[in-house]
Design a protein around this ligand. Sequence first.
Ligand code: AP5
Ligand code: MG
Length: 221
Amino acid sequence: MANLRLVLLGAPGTGKGTQAARLAKRYDLKPIASGDALRAKIESGNELGRQVEEFVSAGRLVPDEIVTTIMLEAINGLPATQGFLLDGFPRTPAQADALAAGLAGDGRRVDAVLSFEMPSDEIIERLTSRRICSGCKKIYNLRFCPPRQDGVCDVCGEQLMQRMDDHADVVATRLQTYLDLTHPLIEHYLDRGILHRINAAATPDEVEAELAGIIEGLERA
Ligand code: AP5
Ligand code: MG
């Protein structure tokens, strides 16, 4: 099971990061999140970080070449037998082609794409009430998954914060960007016979159970 190569695809706020953490632990897969990698670049404060921040803070996609370089480096840094979960990448057809080409060089390919699907109004509610730990990056939600103590991470005790792109106006741009640029990947992966649709509006445990059924089906196939 540990050598599966999975892609989590879905609009902002559909629970990709939440489920990536659960699946990584359950199946010994390495989670690689493009958003986390880009936010780390921003925190580094260098010139590339400043360029990336302009796109992320506006809710627009970072140029394909920048993201693809970062993600392929992370993938290629893993041992060949280590399975992984890509969260938020690929997000355009050009990124999907670059990923396929990068893996094909070593005779590898994506085994399955898990498409997180739910209505937009629920997404907006989830994102505007999301909080992230400033230390360990654990994801909370003031309404659906609150911390035990207000504003403090249950795991490491650091302060919770709101992401720069979780304000209502930026969320609207992110959703439109998803529809314009990323949604076409559903067709792309359907054509390749590896897309699985998930009901992301269910509870976190229910979503995890649906994903586990698919992953264990892949293992048996
Ligand atoms: P990224 O960090 O990837 O953000 P995103 O795709 O917009 O997705 P989110 O992280 O917002 O949501 P999620 O699906 O992970 O949901 P979560 O689990 O947190 O990207 C950010 C930016 O970076 C992009 O806008 C772009 O600028 C840039 N970028 C990233 N990748 C790029 C790429 N490939 N190309 C170009 N640019 C790129 O859950 C959301 C909330 O809901 C949380 O509060 C959580 O607690 C709660 N929740 C989760 N599941 C449930 C549930 N089942 N029921 C109730 N609440 C739930
Ligand atoms: Mg995320």
